[in-house]
Design a protein around this ligand. Structure first.
Ligand code: 5GP
Ligand code: ZN
Length: 152
């Protein structure tokens, strides 16, 4: 059996909660079907968006979810993500379907609901040098303390 097909799905790069992207080829006829699964990224935030990984959700819409950061850097620290998988801000902007605007609108709703509408920061980290550690686009909504500039 080819190495990529050996073992259970969750041990070959496709965790069961992942719904971000998958290309599945089925062939071999009814008696000897074979299935190959390619490009199934193991994405934490897709799992949270699907409700399969627990998170403290503060609000959601048809295309976005907002939840508290597990390691808050300020009294208010909420992440706004897209339900659909986009790796970073550039990919989300390139999609050009209004979803980026929805993320920003959701971030503003969160800031208002959390009582920091008059003073907060919205951040998209991109890439290793930008401090991005999770490869699914997310806006940080930070508030509840004075923010410093320049950021570290
Ligand atoms: P980044 O470093 O990519 O800009 O932001 C990723 C953020 O996700 C970090 O602030 C980190 O604390 C948060 N985070 C990582 N894993 C989890 C998790 O399992 N649950 C939640 N709620 N936040 C997470
Ligand atoms: Zn994802």
């Amino acid at each position: 059996m080819p190495k990529e097909l050996a073992g259970p799905l969750h041990q070959r790069g496709g965790a069961p909660w992942v719904r971000s992207s998958a290309t599945i080829y089925v062939g071999g006829g009814l008696e000897r079907p074979h299935v190959k699964i390619f490009h199934v990224p193991d994405c934490l935030f897709c799992g949270i968006a699907a409700g399969d990984i627990p998170a403290t959700v503060v609000s959601s819409s048809a295309r976005t979810v907002a939840f508290r950061d597990i390691d808050p850097q300020a009294p208010v620290h909420v992440l706004v993500i897209t339900r659909e998988h986009h790796a970073n801000l550039a990919e989300l902007a390139a999609a050009g379907d209004g979803l980026l605007a929805e993320v920003i609108e959701q971030a503003q709703e969160v800031a208002a609901r959390e009582g920091v509408a008059e003073g907060h920061r919205v951040v998209f980290n991109t890439g290793p040098d930008g401090g991005q550690t999770v490869g699914h686009v997310h806006a940080h909504v930070l508030g509840g303390r004075p923010m410093h500039w320049p950021p570290g």
